[in-house]
Design a protein around this ligand. Structure first.
Ligand SMILES: [Zn+2]
Length: 266
């Protein structure tokens, strides 16, 4: 359920949409963990890693009761990226690369299930993890991920008016890290180009799509409260709003948590 393929042609990269867990903040709606699995002749790559097998097996030890209660984590091995990769007929070892929007616990728990994968993040996010920012869970990185931090650099390109950092996976599809800082110090969107059209995985630039059109929804207060730097988050949200408004024909925008974006009605 919910899997959508943008392209089925073998010579292109296929984009699978997979939900790698549920969370439900007390009093809030049930939210998904909307990851992507990129299937290419060269291998597989994930965009975000969701809730992982180890989290499911030892929630209290890994995530801890206070965070579980605050965020409303729900643990089911069947939802993990590792199990979904297997259900699609692959092995977890086929996942060569993971592109992380950011390293929060509901996005990074699955990293340990793909210990050999290269983990691509912005250099700013990698630095925040290394500095011990308390919003992250060190145990989720205890296996020693093969970090590939991406700083701003001369290869950056202009992507619809935003600076974007190429992630060279060697796949048919072009992949970019698009800085949308504020939710965390190095939070990025991940753009993937498929035959002239883009998808932008906006991560946690917003929690619910309604935030693209209003500031008055109750979820806006939650998004603001969880931000590392709220004025910066607001700038990033404005950038995503502009893309969704002015470039809808060229870019499909979706976030990590909105269930309606994962399984659109109709
Ligand atoms: Zn999140």
């Amino acid at each position: 359920m919910g899997e959508r393929e943008l392209e089925g042609v073998r010579t292109l990269t296929t984009v699978h949409h997979i939900n790698c867990g549920f969370i439900q903040v007390p009093g809030g709606p049930k939210a998904v963990c909307h990851c992507l699995l990129l299937e290419d002749a060269r291998g597989l790559a994930l965009v975000d890693a969701g809730i992982g097998l180890l989290d499911c097996r030892d929630p209290d030890g890994r995530v801890g009761r206070p965070l579980i209660d605050l965020v409303g984590f729900q643990f089911d091995e069947a939802d993990t990226a590792a199990r979904q990769v297997e259900r699609l007929g692959f092995r977890p070892a086929d996942v060569t690369d993971i592109v992380l929007t950011h390293a929060d616990p509901d996005h990074a728990g699955g990293l340990a299930d793909f210990p050999a994968a290269r983990v691509h993040v912005s250099a700013e996010e990698r630095a925040a993890v290394a500095a011990g920012n308390p919003r992250y869970l060190p145990v989720q990185f205890a296996h020693g991920p093969d970090w590939r931090p991406h700083p701003a650099g001369p290869a950056d390109r202009d992507w619809f008016g935003l600076p974007a950092r190429p992630v060279a996976l060697g796949f048919a599809a072009e992949v970019l890290l698009v800085p949308l800082f504020g939710h965390t110090p190095g939070h990025c969107g991940v753009a993937v180009r498929q035959s002239g059209r883009w998808v932008l995985h906006a991560g946690d630039a917003y929690y619910l799509r309604v935030e693209l059109t209003t500031d008055d929804h109750p979820v806006s207060a939650l998004t603001a409260a969880r931000a590392d730097d709220d004025p910066r988050r607001r700038e990033s949200l404005e950038a995503v709003r502009r893309l969704a408004r002015d470039h809808a024909g060229e870019v499909e925008v979706f976030g990590y948590h909105d269930p309606a974006e994962f399984a659109p009605a109709g």
